[in-house]
Design a protein around this ligand. Structure first.
Ligand code: ZN
Length: 277
């Protein structure tokens, strides 16, 4: 079974109404991130339906995305990510997070983290710090993995080493760092997993070098659908996942026969270790 470690399923379905059918057809287990009650309820229903139909599972993740405070401040973040952002909605999501975690509904808390990509996001750093502290707290309290979004902000991760070490797993979605940074995180004792998406098909040097260097059992793969489109595409989708995993297999073992079963297995064991321990 293929595994997608990070997808925004509700956002994807708004662009591609039969995406859930495609996921089932391709046999993809997925971890779906939501940031508000409406998205979460939607994912929860799809997860229950998948279970009922014996289809590949959906695992539920929840957190306030670190870009949301920036979007709220008037920045349109890349794709027209999720509806209307207002601070009351963000406050309500914090309440919802505690409810879902206490009820045992979450496979992970995320995506959370830091985005200091440009001035409009940097302007919300204090708000991002506050949200991250809240998410980290909940992950510690309920013993849940954390799914991280880190853009131009790796320096914000290391000060949290002590807390991150206590978590069952820490997933770096669309790993943004170098191989050295990844190994340094592992050496500090964080149970880190590094997730790769379309960046390895888009010639991102650090992503490709990292994907080649990290131990296989630390690797995850994702579409971040719909937010990481390949060139010429409007959005990313489940259809991209096989190509991402094939590319990873080729990066790690250029001589492997194309029909080797290895690509299918790559990322699978780590996915279940993180989201269904
Ligand atoms: Zn994402």
């Amino acid at each position: 079974m293929l595994c997608d470690a990070h997808v925004h399923l509700k956002n994807l379905l708004e662009l591609e109404p039969d995406a859930e059918t495609t996921r089932r057809r391709l046999g993809i287990a997925a971890a779906a991130s939501a940031w508000n009650r409406a998205e979460f309820a939607f994912h929860r229903e799809l997860a229950a339906a998948a279970k009922r139909d014996n289809a590949p599972p959906l695992f539920l993740c929840f957190a306030v995305h670190p870009q949301l405070p920036g979007n709220l401040a008037g920045k349109a973040a890349g794709a027209d990510c999720a509806a209307i952002h207002d601070s009351a909605a963000i406050r309500d999501s914090a309440v919802a997070l505690a409810e879902y975690a206490a009820a045992g509904e979450l496979a992970a808390i995320g995506e959370t983290g830091f985005d200091l990509f440009d001035e409009s996001y940097r302007a919300t750093e204090a708000e991002q710090d506050r949200l991250f502290a809240l998410h980290l707290d909940a992950a510690l309290r309920y013993g849940l993995p954390l799914v991280l979004h880190v853009r131009r902000a790796m320096h914000k991760i290391f000060p949290h080493t002590g807390a991150l070490k206590k978590l069952p797993a820490v997933v770096f979605h669309s790993w943004p760092g170098s191989p050295d940074e990844g190994f340094s995180i592992l050496r500090r004792g964080i149970n880190a997993f590094f997730s790769f998406g379309t960046t390895i098909l888009l010639n991102h040097k650090n992503a490709i070098r990292s994907c080649a260097a990290f131990p296989a059992e630390r690797l995850l793969f994702e579409t971040d659908a719909p937010f990481q489109p390949l060139r010429g595409k409007r959005y990313s989708s489940f259809e991209d996942l096989p190509a991402v995993i094939r590319a990873a297999a080729a990066i790690r073992c250029p001589d492997a026969a194309a029909e080797s079963p290895e690509p299918e297995r790559l990322g699978g064991a780590a996915f279940y270790r993180v989201f269904c321990p």
